[in-house]
Design a protein around this ligand. Sequence first.
Ligand SMILES: Nc1ncnc2c1ncn2[C@@H]1O[C@H](COP(=O)(O)OP(=O)(O)OP(=O)(O)O)[C@@H](O)[C@H]1O
Ligand SMILES: [Mg+2]
Length: 237
Amino acid sequence: MTAANSDRQPAIRATGLVKSYTTGGERTVVLSGVDFEAMAGEMTMVIGPSGSGKSTLLAAVSGLLRPESGEVNALGEDLWRMPPSRIDAFRLRHCGFVFQGFNLFPALNAVEQVALVVRYLGFSRTDARERARAALDEVGLSGKLALRPAEMSGGEKQRVAIARALVKEPSLVFADEPSSALDSENAARIIELLRVASRNRNAAVIVVTHDTKLQQSADRIVEMADGRVVQTKRFPA
Ligand SMILES: Nc1ncnc2c1ncn2[C@@H]1O[C@H](COP(=O)(O)OP(=O)(O)OP(=O)(O)O)[C@@H](O)[C@H]1O
Ligand SMILES: [Mg+2]
């Protein structure tokens, strides 16, 4: 193990997560006692068939969806024991999110999309725009600052979404199928940006993906099936 590896701390440690849905009187267990860990400075990929509980797991460890039982320790705090307002504040401060559908505001240009997040954190308008420009530069979009989503390609839109997730320097980054709407070249680029973010910012980056080609970029792969973790692999093995 290298010195860099031994410095790594689990940024998220979840134990015994259970979540179910009841529809038409029938209970379906979606997470049935899942344990999960993600380390700072690493990219953890969550894989598994459709319906196996990947998005639900991501939601439960990021403070978006309360599990019925189990615990999530995130950055040393017991996430689901916090009052809801503190969970929201924790997400705002520490978590960056990237989703398949980009989730950009149609009326805002690239700088405005990213600067908005910085404004929420309490920075001035000028500082927010400055940070937004720097974040967009980092994802290779310094030439596209004034474009709105309708004027951008899918890969560019997702890079704006990544800049928006990273601009607040989050310790935790959650990406649910961030590349599945993209061609393979853009998909690889998006995953590489997330991998670099884990390294350079010592963030725990957690990525759900179906794409087997992208899995070689992971430090750790967590495979789910039927609401359980069936295998965890570390790279290099
Ligand atoms: N709000 C909900 N109400 C009822 N069932 C739900 C709800 N959300 C998710 N489920 C069910 O939970 C199961 C797991 O869903 P989840 O979205 O976590 O799977 P997934 O592994 O992310 O799948 P995919 O690869 O298709 O995105 C599915 O069977 C789904 O139908
Ligand atoms: Mg999903």
